[in-house]
Design a protein around this ligand. Sequence first.
Ligand code: GTP
Length: 402
Amino acid sequence: MALFSKLKDRLFKSSSRLDEGLAAIVADGGTSDRTAGEAGDSPAAAAPQSPPDPFPLPSDPAPAPTPQEVPAPDADPAAATAPLEIPIETPPSAPARAPSTGQSGGLVGRLFGAKSGAVVRRELDDEMLEQLEELLISADMGVDTALRVTAAMAEGRLGKKLSVDEIKALMAREVTRIMEPVAKPMPLYAKTPQVVLVVGVNGSGKTTTIGKLALQFKAAGKSVVIAAGDTFRAAAVEQLQVWGARAGVPVLTAPEGSDPASLAFDAMTKAEAEGADLLLIDTAGRLQNRADLMEELAKIIRVIRKKDPSAPHNTLLVLDATTGQNALLQVETFRKMADVSGLVMTKLDGTAKGGVLVALADKFGLPIHAIGVGEQIDDLDAFDPADFAAALTGGTATTGGA
Ligand SMILES: Nc1nc2c(ncn2[C@@H]2O[C@H](COP(=O)(O)OP(=O)(O)OP(=O)(O)O)[C@@H](O)[C@H]2O)c(=O)[nH]1
């Protein structure tokens, strides 16, 4: 399945929450404008059961995101940050999903002109802005970011009448603006082996993400080695072996309970000897005992620097999007333990908390290298801000500068 359609389908929960909330906000004090050329009196025309797909995709499957080479003299940075070129047409003024109440003449039906062929618009005032803020906070965007987004939406528009679709498009544009600077694939360096330390709390999706990354790097022609650094949990090591086998990448393990730093050192030696391009090191994620974990990570870093003072070249923090605002705390905590260089957000499929990505981008500005949109090995996508914003808001894919 191509990237955007997957994201659009799977971020359904976030966008449906925003859809419903926006419909209610606009209905609260909005008035109908009958507009020429919009839905007519026929219920079939007014409340389409299958609205045209606002984001048609090319028939060819999209290629797996290709990691960016750094330094890459001929590389086009724009192409690198948006590895998938998906043509997006401007959708007609239809909601992303057919409003289920459209035929009943209920709230959403009225909004989308089910009976009257009219579009409901509401004047943008302070009260409406407050309601929009609350809606964004409920989608886990956080107070500060929600305020910033609504303030930008209001700029020059106070007193104007806006429809649900117009608000969605504005919202998507502001979200895109915030997200564009952080959409960066994980850089690849000329020096090998490139050491990638993968950190994050247990259950965030580290193992799965390492398997997915290994497959993508391998598909890009890189030789990859994985080190199972959570040596205290046999189950974690076994899982990583399963993912290594799926990706066709060797997984180096050490006896249960042995020193993870010593495994990391051995893995470096082996990766060097084998001329591997990348070494992905899994780590434990027991935040319950923060001091131990901090010491363990510090030791791994100390030891691999004996082999290569510039390592680790990337420290990826894997965050579970379903944890919502807690992801912000995890970033703060892991930044104290390691020099986090980028994020991978997992479980964006089926969460109503996708807004936390916007809060993360706004607060920390750390690159988002990839997003997990499912449990299968190919469910790791490059992060595309406009597609994300459209999927989150149910609005129109657009660029921040638009
Ligand atoms: N839906 C969905 N599930 C995911 C995604 N990424 C990981 N998971 C699931 O999340 C659960 C935990 O993933 P793991 O990769 O084992 O997480 P971990 O951080 O390695 O956890 P520990 O092994 O406990 O340290 C598994 O059931 C995965 O299938 C994703 O993008 N989407």
